[in-house]
Write a protein that binds this ligand. Structure first.
Ligand code: ZN
Length: 269
């Protein structure tokens, strides 16, 4: 039997999107009642990644590093420029490209957390950045951090509410949490619903919308939450959006209409 209870607010009042994808009527999270966690193997960053993106994770360094700088700029806008005294933990750091960008940007302490031994060793050897080898559920931090990041990680957790609360507890007062997540308030969900349902990863537990993640993070205790589009895909909206790309980007920014979003939150003080 599938579990139809919302993993965020525990309500069982939902609207069906598909047989297993349910929209919670209380907290507006879409959750996957047919969720099955992925079994990560060390090969993920090689063959598996190549099959999905046409190159290995390692070969994707430049574009991941560029995206990291963009994300760091948004974090810096909130945290200020005095980064040398600040600590950052990247949950699910993969080969450590974001960690490297964070250290290059000036963070005094940078640590990664990664379940893959191969990825953790790569980060330690190539960039001399320490990585805790563990799943986040099992990870016991021995310090608090000024910044915690999680890029496309939260949606994979079986218990996302507990994991977000754990992140909140691991932050210093005024600490910053930044993450990217799949959002259903985007062109795939609204214009290509069948495709969205058919290609929905089984190992994604939740899909959020800007309004649902804001409400959720505030409920956990964060005092300031902002959402940004994490990518622009006018072609997914249709010919008219492609013809007026600049307008599409403007509207996407105003409404935070995007298939993936960047969320930034500050721990209350
Ligand atoms: Zn709910």
């Amino acid at each position: 039997m599938i579990d139809t209870q919302c993993p965020i607010c525990t309500s069982s009042s939902f609207k069906k999107i598909s047989d297993t994808l349910l929209l919670c009527k209380v907290c507006s999270t879409v959750y996957n009642a047919g969720y099955a966690p992925a079994v990560y193997c060390d090969d993920y960053f090689g063959k598996e990644y190549h099959a999905q993106y046409g190159k290995t994770y390692e070969e994707d360094f430049e574009s991941i590093y560029a995206a990291s700088l963009f994300r760091l700029k948004i974090i810096q806008n909130l945290s200020g420029n005095n980064l040398s005294g600040k600590s950052l933990l990247d949950i699910g750091c993969a080969l450590g490209f974001f960690c490297k960008a964070a250290r290059d940007a000036g963070f005094g302490v940078v640590e990664g957390l990664e379940i893959s031994h191969y990825a953790a060793d790569y980060c330690k050897q190539q960039f001399n950045i320490p990585v805790h080898v563990a799943g986040f559920e099992q990870f016991a931090a021995n310090r608090k951090y000024d910044v915690i990041t999680a890029w496309f990680v939260i949606e994979h957790f079986a218990k996302p509410y507990a994991m977000l609360s754990k992140i909140y507890d691991m932050l210093q007062d005024r600490g910053i949490f930044a993450c990217t997540l799949p959002s259903y308030f985007g062109p795939l969900f609204y214009c290509h619903r069948k495709q969205w349902i058919n290609t929905h990863p089984q190992d994604h537990r939740i899909d959020v919308a800007p309004w649902s993640i804001k409400k959720l993070l505030k409920r956990i205790g964060f005092s300031y939450v902002r959402c940004f589009p994490s990518g622009y895909h006018p072609e997914r909206f249709g010919a008219i959006a492609q013809k007026h790309k600049n307008l599409y980007v403007k509207l996407s920014n105003i409404l935070c209409f995007s298939d993936t979003i960047l969320v930034i939150a500050v721990k209350s003080f």
